[in-house]
Write a protein that binds this ligand. Structure first.
Ligand SMILES: C[S@@+](CC[C@H](N)C(=O)[O-])C[C@H]1O[C@@H](n2cnc3c(N)ncnc32)[C@H](O)[C@@H]1O
Length: 241
């Protein structure tokens, strides 16, 4: 566990309780991402992937069978239990529960399982602050000295983003794909549930400049990618370590 970090954040507690009201929309947004990923950064048959913050495994559902190995890890024991049951008979999928900010755990997996692609989809917004994101990236850089890989940090919320644009883009997608009712249910959930109370604690917002500056400082090769995820105002960062 990273020594610089302390106590469980409210978001960690929220996710560890495995909020199911979130799943119907999460599955759609993860599928949307998976389709764009296949187009923009296609998975190769020999890829060995680490999915950090894999949740109930929606990305794994899409990637399995298309690559050589997937390791899914999450801070929620319940999500990992769901994945363990789902993938019990899939030898190329391994799973682990990780502590938040336990970068040593990521290093162990990356090196031991010869990971060449790390994906972190819709996770950084639940980090406590920028310093934690910085520490994550610096730690991954150190790991890359032992095992080379690329890292896709996907679905990052910029500082000035339009919540209305985000909702409109999801409504459009929901109508097109015919999951409007589920989306309306999700909106109700988002409005009346703990997620809304939690949102008041804030989701971490990060501007592209934060990554650009860090890349310059640390001599990292990074790329900003737009439109990989459903929320139009969000973006993704690809780091080729
Ligand atoms: C919105 S869900 C996304 C799940 C999955 N990546 C997907 O897009 O289908 C956020 C996930 O991040 C996990 N998470 C939250 N904080 C985390 C942290 N500090 N480190 C690793 N995972 C975290 C949660 O348990 C949850 O599974």
């Amino acid at each position: 566990m990273d020594k610089t970090h302390h106590a469980n954040s409210p978001w960690e507690t929220f996710w560890k309780e495995n909020p199911v009201g979130f799943n119907a929309t999460m599955v759609q947004s993860t599928l949307f991402f998976a389709k764009n990923l296949a187009h923009e950064l296609p998975i190769q048959a020999d890829d060995r992937i680490l999915d950090i913050g894999c949740g109930p495994g929606y990305l794994i559902d899409d990637l399995k069978g298309k690559c050589a190995h997937i390791h899914g890890t999450d801070i929620s024991e319940k999500y990992i239990a769901i994945c363990s049951e789902k993938y019990a008979t899939e030898p190329e999928i391994t799973l682990s529960v990780s502590k938040a900010y336990d970068y040593g755990h990521y290093e162990k997996i990356i090196v031991e399982q010869r990971i060449n692609r790390v994906i972190m989809l819709s996770v950084l917004q639940y980090y406590q602050n920028k310093a934690d994101v910085r520490r994550l990236i610096l730690s991954l850089k150190e790991t890359a000295a032992k095992q080379k890989f690329s890292c896709l940090l996907a679905d990052i919320i910029p500082v000035k983003h339009s919540a209305i644009d985000d909702i409109l883009s999801i409504i459009k997608h929901a109508i097109k794909k015919g999951y409007t009712l589920k989306f309306v249910r999700f909106l109700m959930y988002a409005i009346f549930s703990d997620y809304r109370k939690m949102k008041k604690n804030g989701l971490l917002q990060l501007d592209e400049l934060f990554f650009m500056d860090l890349a310059k400082e640390e001599n990292l090769q990074i790329e900003v990618i737009k439109n990989l995820t459903l929320h139009t105002s969000r973006y993704s960062i690809l780091i080729n370590f």
